[in-house]
Design a protein around this ligand. Sequence first.
Ligand SMILES: Nc1ncnc2c1ncn2[C@@H]1O[C@H](COP(=O)(O)OP(=O)(O)OP(=O)(O)O)[C@@H](O)[C@H]1O
Length: 257
Amino acid sequence: MSYIKVENLSKRFVRRGQMTEALSEINLDIHQGSFVSFIGPSGCGKSTLLRIIGGLMGAEEGGITVGGRTPFEMQADKQFGFVPQSPALFPWRSVLQNMNIPFEVNRKSKTDLSGEEGDPIELLHAVGLGDFMHAYPKELSGGMKQRVGIARAFASGAPILLMDEPFSALDEITRELLMHMLMKIWEQHKKTVIFVTHNIQEAVYLSDKVVIMSSRPGRISYDVDIDLPRPRGEAIIESSEFYQYVVQLRELLRERW
Ligand SMILES: Nc1ncnc2c1ncn2[C@@H]1O[C@H](COP(=O)(O)OP(=O)(O)OP(=O)(O)O)[C@@H](O)[C@H]1O
């Protein structure tokens, strides 16, 4: 059953008298607990759609519900965890203290997400930062900071995680390591994840569904179900089925680039 439902959604921006049709007639069904990636050329509206789903901005036309409620209600109820390109870590707090920020925010707003929360210490071990719990952000590399951001999102209790190109600032090898790490954690926690990326392999490896977008105006041109077995180990990348999905997505993307 559909958990996130987007119907005929359009979004326009007007800047200095010039109108940009950022999204046009978007229709989308996302199932609870699934991993969905958005991929498409720069400016096709991926981040805008992510922000609308996450209740950070509204749209002019169309409807959107998340778990039967509006995104704004879900956002006020702390149901979304955001993982941006580089995570916001407080420099004066240790890694573990940074992990606890969502719990403190929820306690203050009296949001009860118990049952969805993960153990911060366990999650730090899962991302290979067990020895860095008491370190400060300035002692971490970019990849390590991003691991904290991901671990924190899974610990936060939010059932829906919105990730906007979380690996784009990382080198190729770190990016691959984090992709495998994210997959392992997600397979244990099964939160609904919406993931924006420019990387086809990443999208195929991680996703149940890849949504291909095209620009001017931003539209969904295809959505492709990735029917690869789970759990997905690293070896799957070498399989011919994986390769076929990569080729298919590349062709579909080229068509509308
Ligand atoms: N706040 C804003 N004001 C005006 N125009 C905006 C605003 N945010 C986005 N846009 C425009 O909307 C379109 C979609 O932008 P968006 O950032 O969603 O694209 P994107 O697919 O995420 O791009 P990228 O892959 O480069 O991050 C672009 O043309 C952009 O210039």
